[in-house]
Ligand binder design. Sequence first.
Ligand code: LIP
Length: 289
Amino acid sequence: MSGVLPDLPPATALPPGCEPQELARLAEDVAREAGRLVHGGRPDQVEVASTKSSPTDVVTEMDRAAERLVRERLAAARPGDGVLGEEAGVESGTSALTWVVDPIDGTVNYLYGLPEFAVSVAVVLGDPTTPGAWAPVAGSVHAPALDRTWTAATGLGARFDGRPLPARREPPELAGALLGTGFGYRVDRRTGQARVLAQVLPLVRDVRRIGSAAIDLCMVADGRLDAYYERGLNPWDIAAAALVAQEAGIRVVGLRGAPPGPDMLVAAPDPLCADLAHRLDELGAVDLP
Ligand code: LIP
């Protein structure tokens, strides 16, 4: 843990039989297999199976099928671990580890046939449903339509398509930064997020709305974005990608001394991270519905 704002805590005192590199390999293998199902099995016309927080917060049958596959593979490989998945919720385990799964991060992109979606598979110590109470051990984000995979293991660095991440350029000042962000599905929250964005936009180089938090965070890790912020993210959106980012030397924080979580997540190299977090706090970015 470094700096004045808390990152996700490092995974320490790993239980016996918990080898981060092996867990990272399992995470990537399972994410890739689910990616083959999601991308290779995508019907010409993807149907909405149901909605969640709003009529635009959609679930497809492929979200459900991919999560079932991931759960089956993880149960076979590590039967005592718990699982938290976006679609089927929490399944407690007997070990100290919990797998955190987003079967399709960027579901709306998937629905529309846009390539920016990813399978995110992470394993954490602690309780992933409580911000600040969990530490990522290993994880993989596989974007099958982009043919990109980011994988990390705690203390062992992050890899992009099997190679060490490219060296990053010197982080710019805020005015020169290319930011990623995203928006919730509820109208009241989107209204507030638009107000904050209108005040952020003049302060930065430009903004990209990719549509997948996991890909946003990985793009900060590999230098395709300078920074990313979003309010309203779930643990399954960020668990793998936050570790990729942290292992690439990126700060992943909340605001006002809070850990990254649903209230806010800010990711960037320092000092850009601290500057952006401070500006977002000044703009009331967490004082939103
Ligand atoms: C998505 C996030 C994205 C956010 C979207 C959505 P989903 O996750 O990854 O950052 O802006 O609104 O929440 O719903 O596609 O798994």
